[in-house]
Write a protein that binds this ligand. Structure first.
Ligand SMILES: C[S@@+](CC[C@H](N)C(=O)[O-])C[C@H]1O[C@@H](n2cnc3c(N)ncnc32)[C@H](O)[C@@H]1O
Length: 570
């Protein structure tokens, strides 16, 4: 469908402009309250909430900036305008932002309103559900005119499922919106001026994903005692909400599950397993019950499906992970016997999670059938993946992402350089670079991921990679004693981005090059600001120049955006 642009980078020459690259423009009206708060260096620990606020602030700014002809005034008849909770508004969605929410403005006021599942160009009626200082959230009641670039969503659950929010938006429009979102964040949160002549060459066009369905190698479904039913069907007498369900959580409901028998984002063999489990888990003779998040009774919590590849045959291989509230393998036996008949299934594991929380990582793990890991190949290397270790979820696009990282790292290839791989997961990025460098040092908090990384190094005959388990949010002065001065630092944090301790450490370390990989453009923009412009409130100066920023679409139909950024010491 979409063609892939060149992924090469033009090396830029440093110039005096870089010092003036930080925008001097004051953040616009709606930006400052939230963005400055959330991106504040004074909060030394980042949190997902921070990043959500950051994204919202950029979204509200985006919407404010999107006003071309009339300046928003937030006033009607010279009185400040704030919509009331419960009020019905007619709105037009302008763009997509935060978690894929539609950004709209109230006519004649410019007041920003966010709406889940509103798509650009759509005119609709929405009811105000939540008010914040400078924006409100609405629930869509009725579409008056459909959005631009409408396409039929192939998935029957698309309108109700929390996973795909933009399946009925043309893919080209999806990636346009994502690219725009990154740009806004870089300007408003990262404080890089888009007026600067070099801005256009630094901001690379988004790399689309040419496989827009069946691309996920991992899906986690939940068992629930309360099936989610759309509001309109709830009125019908014969439909009750007490049915068991296996599927995805309905948006906004931690205790209600939308029953699904197929997911168009995961692989075909994974769908075979899902269908097989759906076929038999409710059978009263088996005696299985879903875990109830209120009463904490019940056995089955989650069904996690991971798809890898037999590296010799190239054929898919599957891991099925049942997450249960207690260790009762005899209860799972009929399910295990059934799914073991599916040829692609090579591993069935059971994570036992006795806590009342609803996470999928167990305190204990048992292998019920076959192996305890599956394999996948990435950039010519083989990786063994266990149930709970991080592995890029879109393998095909991870190849492209890692190639971009390698291009940014711009290794000499003479085996002289030292690479620091922070947030290394199972070591994939560092190991793909190891053959061309002197040594790779990887750091990661998850114990199992570190053992996977060490095993993966061995499996691929790599002896110049050392992996350490540790929390990068808790580093102290001694952190730098663990490795020699690196030439290149790879940073690939999860959504909250970097802790201030790590920012400070990197600004002192002064590696020549940093490649920052991010799955959250909001915290990415904040961290780029810190590294390039410093943290004035803490008397910390920045010492990097942003050379390139490349958004990559790893997850079509969802709001997620990946970015690869290259920074060089100024
Ligand atoms: C986005 S993943 C990247 C993994 C790896 N670079 C890759 O491409 O597969 C982020 C990783 O950071 C790890 N992580 C999260 N918080 C951390 C912390 N405070 N200290 C160290 N590692 C952390 C996670 O466990 C996860 O493996």
């Amino acid at each position: 469908m979409a063609t892939m642009p060149s992924v090469g980078f033009r090396r830029l020459h440093s110039g005096p402009w870089l010092h003036s690259f930080r925008t001097t423009r004051p953040p616009s009206r709606s930006l400052c309250t939230l963005a400055c708060l959330s991106a504040s260096p004074l909060s030394s620990s980042s949190s997902i909430e921070d990043s959500e606020e950051t994204q919202l602030s950029a979204a509200t700014t985006t919407a404010a900036d999107a006003t071309t002809t009339t300046k928003p005034n937030n006033k009607i008849n010279n009185k400040p305008y704030f919509p009331k909770r419960g009020e019905t508004l007619e709105l037009i969605c302008e763009t997509l932002a935060f978690k894929g929410k539609g950004v709209c403005k109230v006519a004649d006021t410019g007041f920003v309103v966010m709406c889940d599942r509103a798509l650009p160009g759509e005119r609709f009626l929405g009811r105000v559900t939540r008010r914040k200082d400078n924006y409100a959230e609405v629930k869509k009641l009725k579409t008056i005119t459909p959005h631009l670039d409408y396409v039929e969503a192939p998935c029957e659950y698309a309108l109700d499922c929390g996973g795909c929010k933009s399946q009925n938006l043309l893919y080209e429009a999806q990636i346009r919106a994502k690219e725009q979102q990154v740009r806004e964040l870089v300007v408003h949160v990262g404080k890089f001026s888009d007026k600067h002549p070099e801005f256009a060459s630094i901001m690379k066009p988004i790399v689309p994903c040419d496989t827009q369905f069946y691309y996920r190698n991992k899906m986690e479904f939940s068992f629930g005692s309360k099936k989610w039913v759309p509001e309109e069907l709830l009125q019908e007498e014969h439909v009750g909400t007490n049915d068991y369900a296996l599927g995805l959580h309905a948006p906004g409901f931690f205790d209600k599950v939308l029953n699904v028998t197929k997911c168009l984002l995961q692989s075909e063999p994974a769908n075979k397993v899902l269908a097989a489990v759906q076929d038999c888990w409710r059978d009263p003779q088996i005696g299985l019950s879903p875990y109830d998040v209120h009463s904490h009774a019940g056995f089955l919590k989650h069904l996690m499906l991971r798809t890898g590849r037999d590296v010799e045959t190239g054929l898919p291989e599957l891991m099925v992970n049942f997450v249960t509230s207690s260790n009762k393998p005899e209860l799972l036996k009929p399910l295990v016997e059934r799914i073991a008949t599916i040829p692609e299934v090579v591993s069935v594991v059971n994570n036992v999670n006795t806590s009342v929380g609803n996470t999928s990582v167990g305190e204990e793990e048992y292998t019920l059938y076959g192996k305890s890991t599956i394999t996948e190949s990435l950039r010519g290397l083989t990786f063994q993946i266990s149930a709970n270790s991080f592995f890029q979820t879109n393998t095909h696009q991870a190849e492209i992402l890692y190639k971009l990282v390698e291009d940014c790292a711009n290794l000499k290839g003479d085996g002289s350089e030292v690479v620091l791989d922070l947030f290394c997961g199972t070591g994939t990025i560092g190991l793909t670079l190891a053959r061309r460098v002197r040594h790779v040092y990887g750091f990661e908090v998850v114990v199992e991921a570190i053992s996977d990384a060490r095993r993966n190094a061995k499996l691929n005959g790599i002896s110049n990679a050392t992996f350490f388990q540790g929390d990068l949010n808790k580093i102290d002065e001694s952190f730098g004693n663990k490795f020699p001065q690196p030439d290149i630092v790879i940073i690939d944090p999860n959504r909250p981005g970097m802790h201030m301790k790590l920012v400070k450490f990197l600004l002192k370390l002064k590696a020549a090059r940093i490649v920052y990989v991010s799955c959250n453009p909001a915290t990415c923009a904040r961290d780029l600001d810190y590294l390039c412009h410093g943290v004035p409130e803490k008397n910390i100066g920045g010492c990097y120049k942003l050379r390139s920023l490349q958004p990559v679409d790893m997850f079509p139909h969802t709001p997620h955006i990946e970015c690869v950024c290259l920074l060089e010491l100024s």
